[in-house]
Design a protein around this ligand. Structure first.
Ligand code: ADP
Ligand code: MG
Length: 400
C-alpha cells in the first residue's frame, strides 16, 4: 500500500478486508486549500498509519480542550493521494466485480460542504462541460474510472450477455428530480414500492440503455450539467441536495444444462448533501417544511447506520421508510449488498468540529455487518429451489 515515492499516502488496516463482505469505511483527507494557507490555518489531523487518523480534540473549555481522538478505517487517503489511488485502493474494483455478479452495491461520499465529496466522485464539474471527456485527464473522479474498469471487465466476459441501464437523480427537499429528463421541468417523481422486485423504485424515472462506454459517460455528463442548472438558481443548492447515479447490470449466461441464468446487479454512486446541514435544519429562518425536509434524508441515513451497527437493534426496526434516500438505498444498506462509505474531511483547524463529526459518523458505520445476496430473476430462483426440492425428494426416496 505504498504510493507516491518513499512516503505512504494511502494506508489501510489489513490487506484482507476486501474479501470480507459488508460495509467498507474509508476516509479521504483533502489538502489545505489556498484560503486556509493564507489565513495561517493549520492541519489538525495526523496519520499514524494502519488505517488510522488522529484528530486533535476541540480546543477551549476549563480543562484546556479535549484529548486527541483516534479513529480507525479500512483505508485512509492522505492529502497527497491521487484520484487514481482512490480507484486502486478504495475497493471499488471489487465492488464493481460484485455488481456484475448480481449484488446491489453503493459507494457514497459523506462530509461537510467543501470536504471533497464531489471531487472524489466526479472531479471538477468543468471536466464535462461541452466536450468529450479526455480519459487520460488525471482529475477524473471515481465514477469515470469505475466506468472504464466496468467496461474492461464486461469485454473480457465473452461467455455472458450484459444489459446495462443507467439513471441519475437528485433528492432536494425530499423531492426526487430526474437529472436525465430536463424536459420534465424538474417535476418531482414519486418513490413507490414494487411487490414484484420487493424494493423501492422511482416512478417514471428515465433509464438509459448503455451499450457502450460512451453511453454511460453521456449519462454522467448530462446529469452533471443538469445538476449545475439547479445550483445556479439557488445558493448552497449543491450542499443541500443528494445525487444518486445508478447503473443496473443484468447478466445472462447459459449454464451447462442449457438453461439461461440471469442476475441483476446494481451500483449506486451517491454524492450526499453537506453533513453540516443536519444542524442547519434546526437553525432559524427556515420554513417549517424546509427545516423538516432539507436533511431528513441525511438524518434518517444516520439513524439507519446507527441501528444497523448496533447488534441489538439490527434485527429490529430499521427506519428505511422514513426518507427518500434511505428507501432508495435500502437494498444495499439492508444486507443484500455491499456499501463503500468514503468520509471526506478537511484537515484544517477551522473545520475541526465538523471533521470530528464526520470521522465519528463513519467509524459508526464500521460496525455494520451484513451478508450480501445475489439478486436473481424470480424464475431462476424458483427453478433453483425446485431443483433443490427434487434433490431432497430423491434423497428421501433413496432412503425408503
Ligand atoms: P464537496 O463536494 O464536499 O462540497 P468539493 O469536492 O466541491 O467539496 O471540493 C471543494 C474544493 O476542494 C474543490 O475546489 C476541490 O477541487 C477541492 N478539493 C477537494 N478535495 C481535494 C483533493 N483531495 N485534492 C485536491 N483538491 C481537492
Ligand atoms: Mg459537492
Amino acid at each position: 500500500f505504498l504510493s507516491g515515492g518513499s512516503r505512504s499516502i494511502v494506508n489501510c488496516c489489513t490487506d484482507s478486508w476486501l474479501h470480507c463482505q459488508h460495509t467498507f469505511e474509508l476516509s479521504r483527507v483533502r489538502p489545505l486549500n489556498d484560503k486556509e494557507h493564507k489565513s495561517n490555518d493549520h492541519m489538525v489531523v495526523q496519520f499514524p498509519g494502519s488505517g488510522q487518523i488522529l484528530c486533535d480534540g476541540i480546543p477551549g473549555g476549563p480543562s484546556g480542550g479535549q484529548k486527541p481522538k483516534l479513529f480507525g478505517y479500512n483505508v485512509v487517503f492522505e492529502p497527497g493521494a491521487s484520484q487514481d489511488d482512490v480507484l486502486q485502493y478504495s475497493g471499488i474494483k471489487r465492488i464493481i466485480e460484485m455488481a456484475i455478479e448480481g449484488f446491489s452495491c453503493t459507494a457514497f461520499c459523506y462530509g461537510q460542504t467543501g470536504s471533497g465529496k464531489t471531487h472524489t466522485l466526479t472531479g471538477p464539474p468543468d471536466l464535462f462541460y461541452g466536450r468529450k471527456p479526455d480519459p487520460s485527464d488525471s482529475r477524473h473522479g471515481l465514477v469515470f474510472r469505475a466506468f472504464l474498469y466496468l467496461f474492461q471487465l464486461l469485454q473480457e466476459r465473452k461467455d455472458t450477455n450484459f444489459i446495462l441501464k443507467a439513471s441519475f437523480l437528485e433528492i432536494y427537499n425530499e423531492k426526487v428530480i430526474d437529472l436525465l429528463n430536463s424536459g420534465s421541468a424538474r417535476k418531482p417523481l414519486a418513490v413507490r414500492w414494487s411487490k414484484k422486485s420487493r424494493g423501492f423504485f422511482v416512478e417514471n424515472l428515465f433509464t438509459v440503455d448503455c451499450e457502450e462506454l460512451d453511453d454511460l459517460l453521456a449519462v454522467l455528463e448530462e446529469g452533471m450539467r443538469n445538476r449545475s442548472v439547479g445550483s445556479h438558481r439557488m445558493n448552497d443548492y449543491s450542499s443541500r441536495s443528494h445525487t444518486i447515479l445508478s447503473v443496473h447490470i443484468t447478466s445472462e449466461q447459459q449454464a451447462e444444462n442449457g438453461v439461461f441464468i440471469s442476475k441483476q446487479g446494481k451500483i449506486n454512486f451517491v454524492d450526499l448533501a453537506g453533513s453540516e446541514m443536519t444542524k442547519k435544519t434546526n437553525s432559524e429562518g427556515k420554513t417549517l417544511e424546509e427545516a423538516n425536509n432539507i436533511n431528513k434524508s441525511l438524518m434518517v441515513l444516520g439513524y439507519c447506520i446507527a441501528s444497523l451497527s448496533d447488534s441489538k437493534k439490527r434485527n429490529g426496526h430499521i427506519p428505511y421508510r422514513d426518507s427518500k434516500l434511505t428507501k432508495l438505498l435500502a437494498d444495499s444498506l439492508a444486507g443484500n449488498g455491499v456499501t463503500l462509505m468514503i468520509a471526506c474531511v478537511s484537515p484544517a483547524k477551522s473545520n475541526i468540529s465538523e471533521t470530528l463529526n464526520t470521522l465519528r459518523y463513519a467509524a459508526r458505520a464500521k460496525k455494520i455487518r451484513t451478508k450480501p445476496i445475489i439478486v436473481m430473476d424470480p424464475r431462476e430462483a424458483l427453478i433453483l429451489s425446485l431443483k433443490r426440492e427434487i434433490k431432497s425428494l430423491q434423497l428421501e426416496n433413496d432412503h425408503l
